[in-house]
Design a protein around this ligand. Structure first.
Ligand SMILES: Cc1ncc(COP(=O)(O)O)c(C=O)c1O
Length: 381
């Protein structure tokens, strides 16, 4: 057997138990708290609130490599495949479990949508009340529907995310309600597990890690995760952290608060990130960058992901790929670099955008001849 055949056979055996081996136990993924128990602050197992989040695919994307830079090894971390379809679940399981440990009865968050969806679902599972404050008219319908169906009390405010966050911080000070935004340090603890998984899958850290930056909790969390793995000797190098903001909502890039942030990527329409300092530390300590791209760049990357890899991510997530494209044009990469992009949320949360970016359906009467005419025009023979 050639070397390539040997590797292929090994891969095949690893994923497919032989028929002759009889029934095999397929281990259940226990969720991030049980899997990364030693790295997380939860103390009482009976208080764990989990939807078995985490263990998301790290997908090698050869089509994208061909389109962007064939000399790169490009991976996507599909965080939209968490239980509520965004990365927030990793942090929410820890924040909610700690809230239960601490005897809390209710949680509150401000949200551009995904935090509210996650908080509502985990609160439902824990039997806690959830209050979510969202910018009126500015969150996607999918996210709003998640928060509503899980029974959260949804409070819409006239104003953006930054205004909503200010309100909930004050509310959490004045009422016995636990704040579950990423200002809650347990959220960051949970989210760092995505960095662990990437290293556990690759067997090392990537050379570059690209991700969107909104309130900047996630970039802070990833950097913490990578550093913790380095500290215990599981890594010999760290990635350069590459954060991306939308040009109309780029406070960290511009170095000032944006009063009226604007971008099609509603999840990162944030003008005054709570974890600003964390993002700067990740950038500076890793030798990375925090930069911006336009909404057109975001939509081009969004479409490229859908067309070339069959991946529907939300626009805010696609910014990480737009970032790779931008930096590739600037020539920063070396042949063989391993690049990971986090796709933070699932594109089905915002189907309107998918429909607007696609060719519209063709309507015909229920008549086979009309269908034949159509296929002839398509040159299908
Ligand atoms: C899909 C998606 N991507 C990125 C972000 C930005 O993450 P962070 O606020 O931690 O920077 C968010 C935040 O809501 C999000 O929902």
């Amino acid at each position: 057997m050639s070397r390539v055949e040997q590797v292929k056979a090994k891969e095949r055996d690893a994923v497919k138990p032989a028929k002759s081996a009889g029934p095999q136990a397929l281990p259940l993924w226990p969720g991030v708290i049980r899997y990364y128990w030693d790295f997380l602050p939860v103390e009482r197992k009976e208080c764990i609130v989990t939807l078995h989040e985490g263990n998301t695919p790290l997908l090698r994307c050869r089509n994208l490599e061909r389109a962007v830079d064939p000399d790169l090894s490009l991976y996507l971390k599909l965080e939209g495949l968490n239980p509520t379809c965004s990365f927030k679940d990793r942090g929410m399981t820890v924040a909610m479990s700690k809230a239960v440990e601490d005897g809390s009865r209710a949680v509150i968050c401000a949200s551009t949508g995904n935090t509210s969806a996650s908080a509502a679902a985990y609160a439902a599972r824990a039997g806690l009340r959830a209050y979510v404050v969202v910018p009126q008219g500015n969150i996607s319908l999918g996210k709003l529907s998640q928060a509503m169906i899980h029974g959260a009390k949804v409070i819409e405010v006239e104003g953006n995310f930054d205004v909503a966050l200010k309100l909930v911080r004050e509310a959490a000070r004045q009422f016995p309600i636990t704040l579950v935004n990423s200002l809650n340090p347990y959220r960051i603890e949970g989210q760092k597990t995505a960095a662990f998984e990437i290293c556990d899958h690759l067997g090392k850290a990537p050379d570059y890690h690209f991700l969107p930056v909104g309130n900047a909790g996630n970039i802070t969390a990833y950097w913490k995760g990578y550093k913790e793995y380095l500290d215990i000797g599981r890594l010999s190098s760290l990635p350069k952290m590459m954060g991306f903001q939308a040009a109309g909502a780029a406070p960290i890039v511009l170095g000032r608060v944006i009063e009226k942030p604007e971008t099609i990527a509603t999840a990162i329409r944030i003008g005054n990130p709570a974890s600003w300092q964390g993002a700067l530390a990740a950038r500076d300590e890793s030798g990375g960058a925090i930069e911006s791209v336009t909404d057109d760049d975001i939509l081009a990357a969004y479409k490229l992901l859908a067309d070339s890899e069959g991946i529907l991510a939300e626009p805010a997530s696609a910014i990480s790929v737009a970032g790779v494209i931008k930096k590739q044009k600037e020539g920063i990469f070396r042949a063989g670099d391993v690049v990971v992009c986090t796709l933070t949320g699932h594109g089905l949360k915002d189907p309107d955008i998918a429909i607007r970016q696609s060719a519209q359906p063709i309507r015909i009467p229920p008549d086979l001849n009309r269908l034949k005419e159509f296929f002839e025009r398509e040159s299908v023979r």
